[in-house]
Design a protein. Structure first.
Length: 200
């Protein structure tokens, strides 16, 4: 089985690439979805209550916006949150890989992880795929999604520059063209991955 890492930056089209891989038959786990589920777990809620105080909705769920506004401008708090969540995310990803391998030993299994390079966990995957779009295209896409320019720029600047991420990639999928172009590129990469999985 091939354990593929997929990453990119905000506005590069990583989620679109992940969903095309899925359509083509790859097994995909999305780290963001894993985090959503973790934030509903009782033990995680307790840890977050201890560390961050009242960041809960009246229904007792974690208010993601409140939590995000605390960690976004505070590196210390961000680190604390990552220490709570990241080990659990990696456990879930490993569990996912194990289940896929039992079911389909020649599978192409992809972990879609936004902070793979920043956390160093990219070393757990081969190949590492980075979805690329230049910063001006990222900005344009975020504004199209309804973000205001200031906010969009702040988001882009808060992440590791995409040019930097590309240096860690075994495969780069350039997403500056149309959706059709992108689909074609992903299909070509998937054919390569299937061959790699078969020879693994």
């Amino acid at each position: 089985m091939l354990k593929v890492g997929l990453t990119g930056s905000i506005g590069t089209g990583k989620s679109t690439v992940a969903s095309i891989f899925k359509e083509l038959g790859a097994y995909v786990i999305d780290a963001d979805e894993v985090v959503h589920k973790l934030l509903k777990r009782k033990d995680i809620k307790e840890k977050i209550r201890k560390e961050f105080g009242d960041v809960f909705t009246p229904e007792g769920e974690i208010d993601r916006k409140k939590l995000a506004s605390i960690v976004f401008n505070n590196p210390e708090k961000k680190k604390k949150l990552e220490q709570i969540l990241h080990p659990e995310v990696f456990k879930e990803i490993e569990k996912f890989f194990k289940q896929v391998e039992e079911k389909d030993p020649n599978a192409v299994a992809i972990a879609d992880v936004p902070l793979m390079i920043e956390t160093g966990s990219y070393k757990n995957y081969y190949p590492v795929i980075v979805v690329y779009a230049p910063p001006e295209v990222q900005l344009e896409r975020l504004i199209k999604r309804g973000m205001d320019k200031e906010d969009a720029l702040r988001r882009i600047k808060s992440q590791m520059p995409i040019e930097e991420k590309v240096k860690y990639a075994d495969i780069v999928i350039d997403n500056t063209g149309s959706l059709q172009d992108l689909r074609k590129k992903v299909e070509e990469v998937y054919e390569k991955l299937k061959k790699m999985a078969a020879n693994n």
